[in-house]
Design a protein around this ligand. Structure first.
Ligand SMILES: Nc1ncnc2c1ncn2[C@@H]1O[C@H](COP(=O)(O)OP(=O)(O)OP(=O)(O)O)[C@@H](O)[C@H]1O
Ligand SMILES: [Mg+2]
Length: 297
């Protein structure tokens, strides 16, 4: 097309289209991953007004992949996560995990919310094992696993402490351990480090990477922090302003395990810039993408 584009010269931009749409539900995510087919979510407010939170979204996330989503506030990221968890229902389209359509709360997921939601009256250990308790898992085994996870996030000395004796970063570590304790196949994390200072955040990212490498869960991770997304992920998806749609997915081919020094490399800089340019140019980049989509219809 002839319209000048701020992305001219960038060869490997791959707008996300519905290339994989149209699969029958039983064909979806047979390998244990997550599959979305043309998923939309419209909220109806009390005054009958309708808000289209998420536009048609088609996506495959492989089993064991660390997949991040970045996007402007209000673009539907949390809505998408809640639908993956089966806590909200898509208005149209299909979501499946491991070949099963998600049409009710998906209990094989571990969820970490932006606010830690710890139970103040339970010890750190009891906060972590609660997930296993509600699922009726063997208590001793759950306790052993909880202690091991708490060790992985550096909290082995705080097993018997109460949440109000912990810092914000330590509380969020407990949340991460809790999300893993029932050995879920999928981790859904909604800005888990948003309330944490920058330095602690980097340590937490390393904690998360360590547990993820040891467990190889599929992770769906929402963040506003581009560096964090690139550092942790196999792929980073960028969402447009509301109604949110995936506009680009960037492959992050940095070697694992990632170490903080990788952030000083040229490749890391290139990847973060690639994500960042959508936000640097603000509405312009998204408007151009929108026009391209219109033009190709
Ligand atoms: N329960 C709800 N009822 C009505 N509208 C809602 C509801 N939840 C979200 N919305 C609307 O849907 C849109 C997307 O919200 P969502 O929370 O998914 O955005 P987000 O991308 O997670 O934003 P942020 O980055 O600020 O967390 C917003 O316009 C919001 O007002
Ligand atoms: Mg949100």
């Amino acid at each position: 097309m002839n319209r000048p584009s701020i992305f001219r010269g960038v060869q490997d931009v791959q707008p996300v289209t519905d290339a994989t749409a149209g699969g029958r539900p039983e064909d979806l995510s047979p390998d244990g991953g997550i599959a979305l087919r043309d998923v939309c979510k419209e909220y109806v407010l009390a005054d009958e007004q309708r808000v289209l939170a998420l536009g048609g979204t088609t996506l495959d996330i492989a089993k064991g992949e660390f997949f991040s989503v970045v996007g402007p506030s209000g673009c539907g990221k949390s809505t998408l996560l809640m639908m993956l968890a089966g806590l909200r229902t898509p208005t149209s389209g299909t979501i499946s995990i491991d070949g099963t359509i998600v049409d009710r709360p998906y209990t094989d997921a571990g969820i970490v919310f932006q606010r830690d939601a710890l139970m103040e009256w339970r010890t750190v250990l009891a906060n972590v094992t609660v997930q296993a308790e509600v699922r009726g898992t063997d208590r001793k085994a759950a306790s052993r696993r909880a202690v091991e996870l708490l060790r992985l996030v550096g909290l082995e000395d705080f097993v018997d402490a109460y949440p109000d004796e912990l810092s914000g970063g330590m509380r969020q570590r407990v949340s991460i351990a809790r999300a893993f304790v029932h050995d879920p196949s999928v981790l859904l994390m909604d800005e888990p480090f948003a309330a944490i200072d920058a330095l602690t955040r980097e340590t937490l990212a390393d904690d998360l990477q360590r547990i993820w490498l040891a467990s190889q869960k599929t992770v769906f991770f929402i963040t506003h922090n581009i560096q964090e997304a690139v550092y942790l992920s196999d792929r980073v998806a960028i969402m447009s302003p509301r109604p949110g749609r995936l506009v680009e997915i960037v492959d992050i081919d940095l070697p694992r395990p990632r170490v903080p020094e990788v952030m000083e490399t040229e490749e890391f800089f290139r990847l973060t810039q690639r994500v960042h340019r959508w936000f640097r140019s603000r509405e312009r980049a998204f408007a151009e993408w929108e026009a391209d989509q219109e033009g190709s219809r």
